[in-house]
Design a protein around this ligand. Structure first.
Ligand SMILES: Nc1ncnc2c1ncn2[C@@H]1O[C@H](COP(=O)(O)OP(=O)(O)OP(=O)(O)O)[C@@H](O)[C@H]1O
Ligand SMILES: Nc1nc2c(ncn2[C@@H]2O[C@H](COP(=O)(O)O)[C@@H](O)[C@H]2O)c(=O)[nH]1
Length: 212
């Protein structure tokens, strides 16, 4: 994969600037919930890399904010034109991170946060993005299923596909070194504290030196 960061980002890395953050983990584990808290509490520090997807928007989701909702035809065209850092097929739909999505966040001098599935993690590992990898996991598959059902966003077919993918995800996540941290999202506040703890150093870097 020939994704190269813009010069500004390469310089930031050389100067030990803040690293991007990849959040992964099974669908329903709580990635978006934790991410929304982080983006709200650290508005100018973190910026969300808005992915593309071919799935239908859920009630309340905003095009260009939650996702770029596109047709498969358009997405394939852009993928073939080399506009994506990574892309994957998940639960019958395409998802992907465009170069433009990451660059838009970096242009604001914000720490770029990506929410991607396990295929995304593996593909980003092949690039020079050098993020911190965090896996958000449910306390059990039973709890995961309950959360997904209660979210009321999935058909029975899609729910079963997501549970199947979750089993694979949890197995693969055991690979040593794949993630910098695995957070079990049982109690939301505890999980959020752990997330902030691992990002504390990057937040400090992004905030810059304190004026006295
Ligand atoms: N710690 C928690 N305790 C109870 N419910 C939670 C907790 N964390 C998240 N939830 C709920 O679980 C559901 C799934 O969470 P969320 O949508 O954030 O998952 P996700 O990992 O982003 O899923 P997806 O990958 O499908 O987007 C939501 O309804 C959310 O409110
Ligand atoms: N590889 C990628 N995976 C992505 C991307 N954006 C989201 N996702 C993952 O898809 C599933 C399902 O998401 P949902 O919004 O339909 O519930 C979830 O695991 C996300 O992490 C992406 O750009 N690339």
């Amino acid at each position: 994969m020939s994704w190269r960061r813009p010069l500004g980002c390469a310089l930031a890395t050389a100067m030990q600037g803040p690293r991007p953050v990849v959040l992964s983990g099974p669908s329903g584990a709580g990635k978006s919930t934790l991410l929304k808290k982080l983006l709200k509490d650290y508005e100018n520090i973190f910026g969300f890399s808005v992915s593309h997807t071919t799935r239908q928007p859920r009630p309340g989701e905003v095009n260009g904010k939650d996702y770029h909702f596109v047709t498969r035809e358009d997405m394939l065209k852009d993928v073939n034109a080399g506009e994506f850092i990574e892309h994957a097929e998940f639960s019958g739909n395409m998802y992907g991170t465009s170069k433009a999505a990451v660059q838009a966040v970096q242009a604001q001098n914000q720490i770029c946060v990506l929410d991607v599935d396990m295929q995304g993690v593996k593909n980003i590992k092949k690039t020079d993005l050098n993020p911190i990898y965090i896996s958000i996991q449910p306390p059990s598959l039973e709890v995961l299923e309950k959360r997904l059902r209660e979210r009321q966003t999935e058909t029975e077919e899609s729910l079963q596909k997501r549970l199947k993918a979750a089993r694979v995800d949890l197995e693969l996540s055991k690979e040593p070194g794949l993630f910098n941290l695995i957070i079990i999202n049982d109690n939301l506040e505890v999980a959020y504290l752990k997330l902030k703890e691992i990002l504390a150093e990057e937040i400090k870097k992004a905030q810059g030196p304190k004026k006295s």
